[in-house]
Write a protein that binds this ligand. Structure first.
Ligand code: ADP
Length: 528
């Protein structure tokens, strides 16, 4: 047989149920939770990625749009340059529909630049920008060389002159290479008011992209130059994504979602899922614990019941065999002396008593449990009643070698059923006798505490462990000491006592230590 199944069989029923509950319910749920948790993170990361990509695509399209605008100027300007000698109206037209272009220029020759021709509707701009522009062109020969290289490979490109705004009134200078009718290269370009470009050209486009979903802003350095939202609080850092503007590298475009951002939404959803999952797990674990506890209780009860049947059978068999044995001996007339006969009679009577006691306990218990036993509480003097029981029980106690003390003031009037009170007292004293070993001394006392009267029975016997103390009031429960035969019982006594006391609105408690002894204390409600 495989080792595991062997040890599985060796487990007791409760351990097996616990194992089944864990394997069938807990482990799958824990796996599922772990899987869900990892997939939650994965989903979040995926959505985040898609979102970033979408934002990137939008910013890319804005850049593309601006680039296209500049390229179309370049094409228009080139077309204008070819007719420049006869007519510069198409360039003037470009300038008038595009206020962001402050000036268009074209040089004669590239290396060296022989002269610069300026076209602008504003003569003042023309005059004052001529010299700074010439300086710029002379200073940036490497840039021009690069543009020429591009042009030679068939790629016409515009490039911004770095820091040109310092020289030309804060405007930006854009250069490109063009060739004239004689295939001679020339440097051309625009002096542009970039801020106006952003506002006039990019603005409408940004608005149409933004709609109600996004906020698009343009930044120059750390300042926000333009935003699709009137009262925007976006900074470069609060934008979800920022990119350089291709046409003007000093500028950046930023984007974020309007209202709750997608990340926030995703995060909220993740948290909600997380809370739900945690809640579900907690409920499941609680349910499992509760199920396990109730099953455990039932299994224990079933075990106790089985023990009970064998106990009781044993308990009944001993007195019965003694009775029949002595009765037969007497019947056969084998007992000669009167003294011996008396001894046998008393044994028969004692054993019959024991039998009655056991049967009474069982009957009492079943009646009480079925609710068939109705109690008749009345005002009783607790001390007097207990003393009365002790008086009739005195002989029994002493015959078993016990001595006892009683202490308690009279006048504690409790509200209790007399018969039940007697039964409770006898049961507790019987247990004290049964579970005492060498120290055969029992202390019985009564008293008053708050609005209750109490009766305590203390012995110096074997005591009860803390764990067993939790169960001794359960029906059929007996502490397994390994030598149960020594103290016969049914496991019903304390359960009956508890039921009786609770029916009278009282309570029972136990204080005990293994090897030292136990004190059982029952409380009754005071009368009046
Ligand atoms: P039983 O018929 O076994 O005495 P009870 O319900 O009266 O049934 O008691 C339940 C268990 O509690 C007993 O089996 C015994 O182990 C323990 N018990 C009860 N009274 C005492 C006591 N005075 N000292 C030690 N153990 C006790």
């Amino acid at each position: 047989m495989p080792k595991e199944s062997h040890s599985f069989l060796k487990m007791n029923t409760i351990q097996r149920i616990a194992l089944i509950l864990v394997v069938v319910f807990l482990i799958p749920v824990l796996f599922f939770t772990a899987y869900e948790l990892t997939s939650l993170n994965r989903n979040e990361a995926m959505i985040e990625e898609i979102y970033q990509k979408q934002l990137e695509a939008i910013l890319f399209s804005v850049n593309q749009y601006s680039d296209d605008a500049v390229n179309s100027w370049m094409t228009k300007a080139e077309a204008g340059f070819t007719r420049l000698a006869s007519d510069s109206s198409s360039l003037k037209n470009l300038l008038s529909v595009t206020p962001a272009i402050r000036l268009i220029f074209l040089t004669e020759g590239v290396d060296p630049i022989k002269s610069v021709h300026l076209i602008s509707p504003d003569p003042f701009v023309k005059d004052s920008l001529k010299r700074p522009l010439e300086t710029i062109l002379n200073q940036h020969t490497p840039l021009i060389q690069k543009l020429i290289q591009y042009k030679n490979t068939g790629f016409q490109k515009t490039m911004v002159v770095p820091d040109s705004s310092n020289t030309v009134w804060g405007y930006t200078t854009l250069l490109f290479i063009t060739s004239d009718a004689k295939e001679e290269l020339r440097v051309a370009g625009f002096v542009i008011d970039a801020d106006l470009f952003v506002e006039d050209l990019m603005g409408p486009r940004l608005q149409s992209i933004a709609k109600d979903q996004f906020i698009l802003s343009v930044f120059k350095g750390n300042n926000r130059l333009y935003s699709t939202l009137m009262f925007d609080s976006t900074t470069q850092f609060s934008a979800a994504l920022t990119k350089d503007l291709w046409v003007f590298p000093d500028y950046k475009i930023g984007i974020r979602t309007e209202g709750t951002s997608l990340q926030q939404l995703v995060r909220e959803r993740t948290y909600t899922n997380l809370y739900l999952l945690t809640g579900l797990n907690v409920v499941l674990v609680l349910a499992l614990v509760l199920t396990f506890r109730s099953v455990k209780k039932e299994v224990q009860l079933a075990q106790n019941k089985a023990d009970f049947v064998s106990n009781v059978s044993h308990e009944i068999r001993t007195p019965l065999s003694l009775i029949s044995m002595f009765a037969e001996t007497l019947e056969l007339g084998r007992v000669k002396t009167e003294e011996k006969k008396q001894e046998y009679y008393s044994i028969i009577s004692k054993e019959a008593h024991r039998l009655t006691g056991i049967v009474n306990t069982i009957l009492n218990f079943s009646q009480t449990e079925a609710g068939k036993k109705t109690l008749h509480p009345a005002p009783l003097d607790l001390t007097r009643e207990v003393k009365e029981v002790l008086r009739t029980y005195d002989y029994h106690l002493r015959s078993k070698g016990f001595d006892f003390t009683f202490e308690g003031p009279e006048g504690i009037t409790v509200w209790a059923d007399q018969q039940a009170l007697t039964e409770i007292t006898i049961n507790l004293i019987d247990n004290a006798i049964k579970y005492s070993r060498d120290k055969k001394h029992i202390e019985i006392s009564t008293g008053r505490e708050a609005a209750r009267g109490w009766l305590a029975v203390r012995d110096h016997g074997i005591g009860i462990s803390a764990n067993d103390q939790k169960h001794i009031f359960d029906k059929f429960y007996r502490v397994s000491t390994g030598n149960l035969a020594k103290s016969p019982g049914t496991g019903l006594g304390l359960s009956l006592v508890k039921q009786l006391i609770e029916q009278q609105n009282g309570t029972i408690s136990v204080k005990s230590e293994l090897g030292t002894g136990s004190t059982f204390k029952v409380y009754f409600p005071l009368h009046g």
